[in-house]
Design a protein around this ligand. Sequence first.
Ligand SMILES: CC(C)(COP(=O)(O)OP(=O)(O)OC[C@H]1O[C@@H](n2cnc3c(N)ncnc32)[C@H](O)[C@@H]1OP(=O)(O)O)[C@@H](O)C(=O)NCCC(=O)NCCS
Length: 197
Amino acid sequence: MRARPEPRVRLRPMSEEEFRAAVVQGIARHAADRVRRGWWSARAARSASRRDFAQLLPNGRKTPHRHFLAVTDARTGARVGETWYLAERKGGLPQFWIDWLWIDPEHRRRGYARAVLRQLAEEAARRGASRVGLNVLADNRPALALYAQLGYRPTAHHLAAPVGPTRSRRPSAGRRGSRAPGPPRSRRRARASRSRS
Ligand SMILES: CC(C)(COP(=O)(O)OP(=O)(O)OC[C@H]1O[C@@H](n2cnc3c(N)ncnc32)[C@H](O)[C@@H]1OP(=O)(O)O)[C@@H](O)C(=O)NCCC(=O)NCCS
């Protein structure tokens, strides 16, 4: 079987209309993601997501150092996704950060994201950056596999532990299904029968 050739992509600035649509969809996706993970309530998610976007893009498309690009197939011209990045000088050195990468579901697993990341790496090098950074959630397996394939390695870990009564409360004695802390029942039974014999 012949391997499918790697697609070539062209990255072009989004139009104002594309940008507005991207923000509306981005707010909805960001909210839905957090509701699915149980981090936000369905009722408050939209407004929380809007707030995050307002912080990230205080001047919309004109937010300094941010670039909003449509991803198109260089051969057919079809639009297949979008990406945003931040390029700025900070700490005396050029920095390059990918804020967002999205390939439309019907165009996935054809190598578009890989081609986009390669182009963005070239752009970062042209701007004098020594590396490309991004955030990815720990349960986003497709994205993790993609980034690992291209040599991205973790540089930070966000940690979280469950807290609160439902997680930390010990079942009280006598309640159905509860048991005192200690070894599992099977081991306790075995110990009891050993001491009886
Ligand atoms: C993650 C995403 C950008 C990948 O886009 P894509 O164009 O389908 O990725 P590619 O076809 O270039 O895949 C390149 C490699 O990534 C990995 N990969 C991509 N999708 C995968 C999946 N669903 N499962 C496992 N590995 C996957 C594979 O290693 C793949 O290489 P292979 O096809 O040779 O095995 C796309 O799924 C997407 O837009 N998801 C929603 C938004 C998102 O999560 N963005 C990243 C946020 S950090």
